[in-house]
Design a protein. Structure first.
Length: 220
């Protein structure tokens, strides 16, 4: 069994109980998710860009600024290590590039946005999604780590760690439930083949799917 198989099996097992408060909350969350309304490619790209800027402003500026203020108030010292600027810029640049590329593919190939309340109409298995199932989460962690390193802020360094835990434990399961419900075996096959966090190599190959398998939930 591959790592992707194990992740899919674990995810399926995790969603099996339906009589616990957590399971009911998870199911209720999935019911709030919505597929994006039909729109032109330009409108979808613009909408995705606006969402991206808003999320980045909050996560990469607002939260680190709050962390620095907390440190000043509590007298927590900053990191003074030399040579951290280069790695910080590299992390941020790599994360930003991956995030933009992933958002572009989501908007142009999926005809939707990364936000689950305005989700892609088509299953996205192209571009960065061929290598990792959740490239935007990976990108956000890299960006946040880069910001924390550049600021020399130990408190800001907790942001990518906390974000990864929250996303993996609370958000990812509901999104995967939603995708399985919408795309069925197409998504299950993709989920088995591509890792969630670590790069998968060789990249997922659409042409290798059995003949007749669809990768879109609707033709509209």
């Amino acid at each position: 069994m591959t790592r992707g198989d194990r992740e899919a099996a674990i995810s399926d097992e995790a969603r099996a109980p339906t009589d616990t408060p957590l399971a009911r909350l998870r199911a209720a969350t999935v019911r709030t998710y919505r597929v994006a309304d039909p729109a032109s490619r330009r409108r979808t790209v613009v909408k995705t860009g606006v969402q991206l800027v808003a999320v980045w402003a909050f996560a990469l500026a607002g939260l680190p600024a709050a962390a620095v203020r907390v440190e000043r108030h509590l007298g927590i010292p900053r990191w003074q290590a030399r040579g951290r600027t280069g790695p910080a810029v590299a992390l941020f640049a790599a994360g930003s590039t991956l995030g933009i590329a992933s958002a572009w593919v989501m908007a142009t190939e999926g005809r939707g946005t990364p936000i689950p309340f305005d989700a892609a109409r088509d299953l996205v298995v192209a571009g960065p999604y061929q290598v990792v199932r959740n490239p935007m989460a990976v990108a956000a962690i890299g960006q946040s780590a880069g910001v924390a390193l550049w600021l020399g802020s130990p408190t800001a360094a907790l942001i990518p760690i906390a974000g990864a835990v929250v996303w993996n434990q609370l958000i990812r399961p509901t999104e995967e439930d939603f995708l399985r419900d919408r795309f069925g075996e197409d998504y299950r096959r993709y989920q088995r083949a591509v890792r969630c966090w670590l790069p998968t190599w060789p990249p997922y190959d659409l042409s290798a799917q059995p003949a007749g398998d669809a990768v879109t939930a609707d033709p509209g």
